[in-house]
Ligand binder design. Structure first.
Ligand SMILES: Cc1cc2nc3c(=O)[nH]c(=O)nc-3n(C[C@H](O)[C@H](O)[C@H](O)COP(=O)(O)O)c2cc1C
Length: 258
């Protein structure tokens, strides 16, 4: 498929066959990640490949028991990585640097850009992917499990495998006017925001109503809108966000990024 058509048709996949991904194909996908732009061409990222069942079982627990981690043959954990570069600097007796918050952010940008290249490449070969936001939620324990040294922090993961579901419909997006600002940022009025979210809310609520058991759970929790759902205990609660934020700052300190 032409690349623009491919991008416009992206869908996350959440059910996978256990069929393995051939090593040469996996390495080719990761090479597509390596070809992405990176800050100063430092390539300040790394990826850990988890294939072994025991390792994926552990990751399954750490990623809030998302079943696809057990189904798919491969989980890729992308890390902001200045360990390797700092070792290289040291070998050359160059000045040490990058063990700071900007270093972490630089590596995070590189890692996420590389991950997206891998995702697009994988999809173009008939594989399905799903990002794991839970990487950030459990980044301290994932770091431990993957034996990450100082200046290496996991920032996102991809579950990759052959789809075992009807390819889902493309999910709703906001109208482009919600995200585009010409020249400077123009805050919207409440009415404009309401209008921009109307169709998204409608389509998202309809999707929830088709997920078996979801409507009952929403009713039990007294959730009557998509907005209420987003910050409820069922999705991204304020408490969860505060706890993860504090843990993450501590992790950055312990990994010598702060
Ligand atoms: C950074 C990031 C983290 C995500 N984390 C999860 C996750 O933990 N579990 C999941 O099922 N989907 C996850 N997703 C997938 C999103 O839910 C999905 O991209 C979004 O609903 C839009 O659907 P689409 O990708 O099919 O267009 C994540 C996506 C991104 C970009």
């Amino acid at each position: 498929m032409e690349i623009i058509e491919h991008l416009k048709n992206h869908k996350s996949i959440r059910r996978f066959k256990s069929d393995p991904i051939e090593d040469t194909l996996l390495r080719d996908l990761i090479y597509c990640g390596q070809r992405a732009s990176s800050s100063g061409n430092m390539q300040s990222w790394s990826v850990v490949i988890s294939r072994e069942h025991a390792s994926r079982e552990k990751l399954y627990e750490l990623h809030s028991r998302q079943k696809m981690i057990l189904q798919a043959p491969v989980v890729l954990t992308f890390c902001s990585d200045f360990y390797r570069i700092r070792r290289w600097l040291k070998i050359h007796q160059a000045k040490g640097s990058f063990d700071d918050f900007l270093g972490f952010l630089t590596g995070m940008a590189d890692a996420v850009i590389a991950a997206q290249n891998v995702a697009v490449a994988a999809e173009s070969r008939g594989l399905g992917i799903c990002y794991m936001g839970t990487t950030l939620w459990a980044s301290d324990k994932i770091s431990e499990h993957l034996n990450l040294p100082e200046n290496v922090v996991p920032v996102t993961s991809l579950v990759v495998g052959y789809p075992d579901e009807e390819i889902p419909e493309v999910r709703a997006r906001l109208p482009m006017d919600a995200i585009i600002h010409e020249e400077t940022y123009h805050p919207k009025t409440d009415q404009e925001i309401t209008d921009l979210y109307r169709e998204f809310e409608k389509q998202t609520w309809t999707r929830y109503s088709r997920i078996p058991g979801m409507q009952d759970k929403l009713n039990e929790a007294g959730i009557t809108s998509v907005a209420h759902y987003y910050t409820s205990d069922m999705k991204y609660s304020k408490t969860l966000h505060q706890q993860v934020s504090e843990m993450f700052v501590e992790l950055l300190r312990s990994k010598q990024f702060m």
